[in-house]
Design a protein around this ligand. Structure first.
Ligand SMILES: Nc1ncnc2c1ncn2[C@@H]1O[C@H](COP(=O)(O)OP(=O)(O)OP(=O)(O)O)[C@@H](O)[C@H]1O
Ligand SMILES: [Mg+2]
Length: 147
């Protein structure tokens, strides 16, 4: 699935629209450069799944993990500051795969060996255009199913 967003509000709205396909146990890798919009997208996803207001969804860059309770609970992680797989395992990664939460992980692509094959990758690209900049998104659920 592909989409384009032109501003922060559209990105949050895209997250809200995407959220219903997510189920407890799903792993979502948010892939994109610094400032691409990973946290902004997370705001909409978290709001739709848990009811938490987007203003309450901040970057977990320093705290590493935020937990949101609600209808479909969410763990939101940011691995930017972690350097090794051992660091990631050290935050209790195994316990986060509890089948009850949706896992939203920023910078997860830095540790490809850690993730199960079954996952959703959301790639966000910043594209310069005439009237400013926009974000191009692609959403892929792996393994991809035929047909
Ligand atoms: N279409 C858009 N979608 C999302 N954010 C946008 C868009 N256009 C501009 N922005 C701006 O880009 C920034 C995105 O910040 P955000 O924290 O979501 O990125 P991030 O990918 O999580 O960054 P980091 O790598 O630091 O975690 C915000 O300042 C936002 O206002
Ligand atoms: Mg972020």
């Amino acid at each position: 699935m592909y989409a384009v967003t032109h501003n922060e509000e559209q990105m949050i709205e895209f997250g809200r629209q995407l959220a219903p396909v997510l189920k407890p146990g799903d792993l979502v890798l948010l892939i994109g450069d610094l400032g691409a919009g990973k946290t902004t997208l997370s705001k909409g996803i978290v709001q739709a799944l848990t009811g938490v207001h987007p203003d309450e969804v901040a970057s977990p860059t320093f705290t590493l993990i935020h937990e949101f309770k609600g209808r479909v609970p969410v763990y939101h992680l940011d691995l930017y500051r972690l350097e090794t797989e051992a660091d990631v395992l050290g935050i209790g990664l195994d316990d986060l795969f509890d089948g009850k939460h949706v896992l939203l992980i920023e910078w997860g692509e830095r540790f490809p060996a850690l993730w199960p094959k079954a996952r959703i990758e959301i790639r966000i690209q910043n594209v310069e255009c005439e009237d400013g900049e926009l974000r191009r998104l692609s959403v892929t659920r792996f393994p991809e199913t035929a047909g």
